[in-house]
Ligand binder design. Sequence first.
Ligand SMILES: Cc1cc2nc3c(=O)[nH]c(=O)nc-3n(C[C@H](O)[C@H](O)[C@H](O)COP(=O)(O)OP(=O)(O)OC[C@H]3O[C@@H](n4cnc5c(N)ncnc54)[C@H](O)[C@@H]3O)c2cc1C
Length: 494
Amino acid sequence: MKKTVLEELEKIVGKENLSAKIADLYVYGFDASIHHKNADAVVRPANTQQVSEIVKLANRTRTPVIPRGAGTAMCGHTVPLKGGIVLDLTRMNKIKEVRVEDLYCVVEPGVIYDKLNAVLGKKGFWFPTTPGSGEACTIGGMVVTNASGMRAIKYGATRDYVLGLEVVMPTGEIIHTGTRTLKNSSGYQIDRLMVGSEGTLGVVTEITLKLAFKPKASAMTLAAFNSLFDAGKCVSNIIARPLMPSAIELMDSVCIKAVNKCMNVGLPDVAAICMIEVDGHPVAVEEELKIVEEIAKQSGATFTEASRDKKRIDYWTYARKAIMPSLSRYGEKFVSVALADDMSVPISKVPDAVVAFQKIAEENGVVIGTYGHSADGNLHTKMLVEPNSQDSWRRGERAVGQIFDKVLELGGTVTGEHGVSITKAPYMKKERADSLETMRRIKKALDPKNIMNPGKIFDWEGSIIQYLRYPAFLEQDPGDAPQPSECEPKAYSR
Ligand SMILES: Cc1cc2nc3c(=O)[nH]c(=O)nc-3n(C[C@H](O)[C@H](O)[C@H](O)COP(=O)(O)OP(=O)(O)OC[C@H]3O[C@@H](n4cnc5c(N)ncnc54)[C@H](O)[C@@H]3O)c2cc1C
């Protein structure tokens, strides 16, 4: 990056909020994905005006800009593929207004999900989308990935709560979309276009969110199955009853074994578990718990336990949340990576999907753990790969292709909540073949110089196992991973 650009950035944000140090550029080259690439500069703006000036400068100098919240995205979203400026928005973290009587709040993009809910909860309200990363992820990141979570079946995704946005466009111009009213038919719904744009169409600098009423009671049933197919069937049987759960989390035997081994949580060692949550008025919750138990047993559950005790429910939820890190300790040589990790299928296809994933894993000689927010058909698979083995990565990549082909055959999507960026790009192109050109035209119209998070989504070419954060392909495809002499050896050998 030219020295003059760095000097101008320093004038905008001040010396203490700009870095071009190799250690910072290396750290900001990661998110929670398998990818890595160094940034050229990291800036931490304090307000919309500064964001606008940074983007104007980037536009003038054709420098890539990569907006970044907490960096918890799992597909390479914040990895600066073409270098450029990583725009860290976590200093913009004010909750500006909470108007419960009007059912909305206004926040800056760097507000953390759990922190917002801590404030709303005191007033009897919440923003209920419940991403698994809620302790860390920011509202800005959630908006542009259309994040959701285990409660989407009942409460929807982030897009269902966005009433309006302030956006710095790729020219640096500041625009306001949407309203602060619950209804709005006033022209193009540009806020909807920004939802899911993954930092490629502008920088979201303020968000108006609709509030939901917090349920008065909730309870959970843990149901154990000797067949993964039966567990999947239980999900669609509950929905078809009809009964609206607030969540159903499914775990297969690989995930159960991993959390039992790593966290010693003592979950039943069976083929699959469903954790079924219901919420609402206390009387309705009691009635629904009984129906859930009945359906689980009819679907083949060999064991059920219902609980209204918050401590017990938190314990099960803790075990569920421990899946991802625990899988990395499933076997000595493996790490768990986000590959094919976020597909969604029609609810009735959950049993076919989970069984197919296991078969694909066996055929390719890879270990796959399947779990997910199965109530709305959203499944997560984590693949265990040997990080230094090219063969292991190639087998993983082959399995990913087969999994996504199966998902599309079942009428699903390659990503229910995490988004596309790099890791899903080739498969999303298959899924959206007839609308890719429209997406490209929108991008070109709004960002003709292609400065906003370039090289992602429809712009990505080639294999998903490029720009790996692991050293397997370092000789063939180094990206600009730092050499050992440039940084801490410990960081390099991760
Ligand atoms: C353990 C774990 C569990 C997870 N569970 C879930 C889950 O249940 N549901 C789910 O949906 N996701 C989940 N995720 C993925 C991730 O947390 C979400 O996508 C989250 O919304 C990302 O928020 P972030 O602040 O970390 O954004 P980042 O990772 O920093 O950025 C994500 C994308 O948004 C862009 N961006 C960020 N802020 C802005 C802004 N203000 N303006 C414009 N663009 C911006 C970035 O350029 C990038 O493309 C999980 C991740 C982890 C690590």
